[in-house]
Design a protein around this ligand. Sequence first.
Ligand code: NAG
Ligand code: NAG
Ligand code: NAG
Length: 237
Amino acid sequence: MSSLRAATFFCFLFTLLSLEFVSPWMNFNSYVSKKRTDLKKRCPNVRAVRNFDLESMMGFWYVVQYYASTEELPEYACMQSNFAFSAEDQHITMNFSYIFAEDPLREKLQGNITWIIPDFEAPAHWMHTEDIYEGIYNTYVIDTDYKSWSLIMHCAEKKKSPRYLSALLLSREPQLGDNVINFLREKLPRYEIDLSFMFPINQTCHNLMESVNDDPLAYILNEEKKKGKDVKFILKT
Ligand SMILES: *[C@@H]1O[C@H](CO)[C@@H](O)[C@H](O)[C@H]1NC(C)=O
Ligand SMILES: *[C@@H]1O[C@H](CO)[C@@H](O)[C@H](O)[C@H]1NC(C)=O
Ligand SMILES: *[C@@H]1O[C@H](CO)[C@@H](O)[C@H](O)[C@H]1NC(C)=O
C-alpha cells in the first residue's frame, strides 16, 4: 500500500472505529437484518427523574443489561463504567470498559463519553459534547436510587433513518436482584423499547487482557461482525 493510500485507509478506519469506540451501544452503523417493530422515526418524550442529585449518581457502576435499537444479539460482557462530574468545565464524563463476549482473548476495550447539562434546573437530562452525530442526542436518567441501581437512556434523531435509542441498566454490584431488574425494565416499553432486545451483560470477569491503549494506531476492527463473523484485526504501526 502506498503511504497515501495507507493514510486514507487509516483515516477511514479511524472514523469507523471512533464511532464504534465511543460507545458500543451508540453505534448507528450496526447492521440490522431482522424486521423490528421498535424502530420509530422520532425520539420519545422522556420523563427524566425529578429532584435528581447528580453527585450521588457519580462513581462506579456495572452495566448489567443493555438495549440498543441497532443491536440484535447480546455481544458484550464485563461492561463497567465510571461517572465523574468536573466542576471546572461542568462536564460529566463516563469512562467505560467492556469485552466482546465471544472474544477468546477477552481483551478489555475502553472508551469515554462526555456530556453537558443544558439546564441545571433539570440535571437528569444530559447532552453529548462530542459533535459526532447530526441533530439531537440526549441522555436521560430515567430512575435511580443512587446506592444500588440506575437506569439511563440515550436517544438520537437522524435524518432519513429511524431514531437511535439505547438504554443501560446500571448496578453498584455485579449482580442485581431480578425484582429490581424487572421493575426497571418495565419502565422502558413506554418508550417503545422491545424488551426482547434488552440483554443481560455477564459480569464474571477474571483474566481480562489489558487493551493496547498506549498505541494510538492500535485499533480493533470488527467490521467483519456485520457479515456475521467475528474476525478481528489488530493494526499496529
Ligand atoms: C476510568 O478511569 C479511571 C481513572 O482514569 C480508571 O481508574 C478506571 O479503571 C476507569 N474505569 C473504567 C470502567 O474504565
Ligand atoms: C477520553 O478519551 C479520549 C480519547 O480516547 C482521551 O484522550 C481522554 O483522555 C479520555 N478522557 C478521560 C477522562 O478518560
Ligand atoms: C459468564 O462468563 C463466565 C466467564 O466467561 C462463564 O464461565 C459463564 O458461563 C458465563 N455465564 C453465562 C450465564 O453466560
